[in-house]
Design a protein around this ligand. Structure first.
Ligand SMILES: C[S@@+](CC[C@H](N)C(=O)[O-])C[C@H]1O[C@@H](n2cnc3c(N)ncnc32)[C@H](O)[C@@H]1O
Length: 312
């Protein structure tokens, strides 16, 4: 039986002759998709998939800007589509084991982070400039992703704690602080912080314009203190772009919270790890927090969710 934070049961070791590629024993990111016969083997061929990912990265590197626009949107839409498409596990493992791709992952994630920030900034300005801000927000291409993700998260947290969360802090709110606003619409009192002054100014104005009772303040996760009043602290996927930075952030948050409170950290699985850093629950990547559950969506919802508890 698999426990919440175990990766899918390891496949029986295959002889070297059977293995298509020489996989290292422990991959930084692994597939968590069941082995399924590939409907169209061609499209799932690791080499073709790898070539397309590397070509997309080359295009992002060559792009004159990561600001939203027809060219940039097409590149990111293709990358996100490719990352969430269901694929056989061994294909995902083979692609993610490629040394060329592994070497490029930090830069690819950094460009995805910059692109996501630029997209949010553009849409925050669009929402603020609109006569009807709520109607303008409805046209944001990833709104449903955030609606689905925060709904999954709220119920997962409520399901793993004696009481549903009443007060929460969202760390890494962004210029378009959708997660904080949508969590508040589940009846939680939400505060939000961001290290970037522009994100704070835009995010706070968006909350006002939409009539949400969420305040966005400036702050680096590592400077946060006295978080004892929060039942829940959520850490955005782009807070800590590498595993060590993420673990350090979680260890700091843990030290400021009261025992028994919940931490929700966004992560990623399979090819979604091209876009976001992956939290390694098994290797104490949680900074001393007690793991409770790991949720890997297999829908269009991009992020995985790691739930953890502050130990006594
Ligand atoms: C682009 S947003 C994405 C979150 C998205 N808006 C949401 O609602 O889920 C991520 C934000 O995290 C912020 N961030 C990154 N590192 C941080 C840190 N160490 N402390 C606080 N915020 C941070 C960035 O400035 C960025 O605005």
């Amino acid at each position: 039986m698999s426990t919440p934070f175990d990766r899918p049961a390891a496949r029986p070791a295959r002889s070297r002759a059977e293995r298509p590629l020489d996989l290292p024993s422990r991959l930084p990111v692994r597939a968590c998709t069941p082995e399924r016969p590939a409907a169209d083997a061609g499209a799932h061929a690791p080499a073709a998939l790898l070539a397309e990912i590397l070509a997309l990265h080359d295009a992002l590197v060559a792009a004159p800007t990561l600001e939203p626009g027809p060219g940039t949107d097409a590149l990111f839409t293709r990358l996100v589509g490719l990352a969430v498409a269901p694929r056989p596990g061994h294909v995902v493992d083979a692609v993610l084991a490629d040394p060329e791709l592994t070497g490029r992952l930090p830069d690819l994630r950094a460009r995805c982070s910059a692109g996501e920030y630029a997209l949010e900034r553009a849409w925050a300005r669009r929402v603020l400039a609109a006569d009807d801000p709520a109607a303008a927000l409805e046209r944001f291409p990833y709104l449903q992703n955030y609606r689905d993700l925060t709904r999954i998260e709220y119920h997962a947290v409520a399901g793993h704690a004696p009481l549903a969360p009443r007060r929460a802090l969202f760390v890494g709110a962004g210029p378009l602080p959708l997660s904080a606003l949508l969590l508040a619409r589940h009846g939680v009192t939400v505060d939000a912080v961001d290290v970037d002054a522009e994100a704070v100014a835009l995010g706070d104005a968006v909350a006002r314009a939409l009539g949400d009772d969420v305040t966005v303040r400036e702050g680096d996760v590592l400077d946060l203190d006295d978080l004892a009043d929060y039942d829940l602290v959520c850490v955005a996927a782009l807070v800590g772009l590498d595993p060590d930075a993420k673990t350090t952030a979680l260890a700091h948050v843990r030290a400021q919270m009261r025992p028994g409170a919940t931490v929700l950290a966004r992560s990623a699985h399979s090819l979604r790890g091209l876009l976001y850093p992956v939290l390694d629950v098994a290797d104490d990547g949680l900074g001393g927090l007690e793991p409770l559950a790991v949720l890997h969506p297999h829908t269009d919802v991009v992020n995985s969710v790691v739930l953890a508890r502050v130990p006594a």
